[in-house]
Ligand binder design. Structure first.
Ligand SMILES: NC(=O)c1ccc[n+]([C@@H]2O[C@H](COP(=O)([O-])OP(=O)(O)OC[C@H]3O[C@@H](n4cnc5c(N)ncnc54)[C@H](O)[C@@H]3O)[C@@H](O)[C@H]2O)c1
Length: 300
């Protein structure tokens, strides 16, 4: 398939580009930053908020599928209104262009932060969180992701062009080099994140290997027939990024979640990706226990 990937120069985008190329697709990456995407991937450097440059790109590539990752990827990384403005305008611009230009599928990156965790007062209705749990963002980044999901649903309702629009909520993305000690999105290493639970508590101890998440983006792009249009899918590792069960750890950092957290015994994650498993046969293949190069003992 001809696939247009936005944000292909980023932490997740590099793995998505490599995965799509390895699966035999004709991949074009579009990003503000030049891409070092490896063999089989064409790279365009442009601002996707520039409407005429974006239109030219779509007319040139004529994508059969679009994977949209470009955006501000970190809460509080920019002023609130900028995050909201950039992420939502990018999503509408790219997804609407995908429909208009005849793509059969378009998959956008959302985020588990749509659930609004991160304060002591946060009270989930149940754990692990699945796609049926209500969203309730608490910052502009999380709100931008709720709007991106609604954008996909709105376009799916409004257009009758045969394009299946879906979203993926990847866990805290760990790129291949980060298993070997490179800094993660927050600046610390994976081993530090494991040793100091406070670092991982902010993301409810979730994570996913970038290559595993990339497989779900690829499956949704390739098999729109298996996905419900407008749907969102979790892409999270089955175990938690933690040295102790979340039934013990979560109540320390999220006292409001103490009741539902009692279900998270053993290695269980606070998120379920069962929907992606049922619909698309996707499961995260990699866990920190097999990928992390440095030894971190589970005794503490
Ligand atoms: N990293 C994570 O843990 C994580 C978790 C959940 C969701 N996500 C989402 O996945 C996506 C990718 O995340 P990432 O970690 O790879 O982020 P990243 O910051 O590494 O990559 C984002 C890319 O988007 C590009 N971009 C931003 N604005 C652009 C514009 N106007 N035009 C063209 N390109 C533009 C940037 O240059 C960058 O290369 C984001 O949408 C993010 O919100 C990431």
């Amino acid at each position: 398939m001809r696939i247009l990937l936005t944000g292909g120069s980023g932490r997740l985008g590099r793995s998505v580009a490599a995965t799509l190329a390895a699966r035999g697709h004709d991949v074009t990456s579009a990003d503000l930053a030049p891409a070092d995407t490896g063999p089989g991937v064409r790279s365009h450097t442009l601002d996707l908020l520039d409407e005429s440059a974006r239109e030219d790109l779509f007319a040139q590539v004529r994508p059969e599928a679009v994977v949209h990752l470009a955006g501000i990827a970190v809460p509080f990384a920019r002023p609130d209104t900028e995050i909201l403005d950039i992420n939502t305008r990018l999503a509408w611009g790219v997804l609407a262009a995908a429909v208009r230009h005849g793509a059969r599928s378009a998959v956008a990156a959302s985020s588990p932060t749509v659930f609004g965790y991160g304060t002591a007062a946060w009270r989930p209705r149940y754990l692990p969180l699945d796609e049926k749990h209500p969203t309730a963002p608490r910052h502009s980044y999380g709100l931008s992701k709720v709007i991106i999901e609604e954008t996909a649903r709105t376009l799916a309702r409004a257009e009758d062009a045969g394009c299946t629009l879906t979203c993926v909520r990847p866990g805290y993305v760990i790129a291949p080099e980060e298993w070997a000690g490179a800094p993660t999105q927050q600046g610390h290493t994976v081993a530090e994140r494991l040793r100091d639970p406070e670092l991982s508590a902010a993301a409810l101890f979730n994570y996913v290997d970038a290559r595993d998440a990339a497989e779900l983006f690829a499956l949704l792009a390739e098999r729109p027939d298996l996905a419900a249009t407008g749907g969102a899918y979790h892409a999270v590792a089955e175990d938690a990024l933690a040295l102790a069960p979340l039934a013990e750890l979560l109540p320390r950092y999220h006292p409001g979640a103490a009741g539902p957290a009692s279900a998270l015994t053993g290695r269980r994650s606070a998120f379920s990706s069962a929907l992606a498993a049922e619909r698309l046969g996707w499961r995260a293949q990699r866990t920190w226990r097999t990928e992390l190069v440095e030894t971190v003992s589970e005794g503490g």
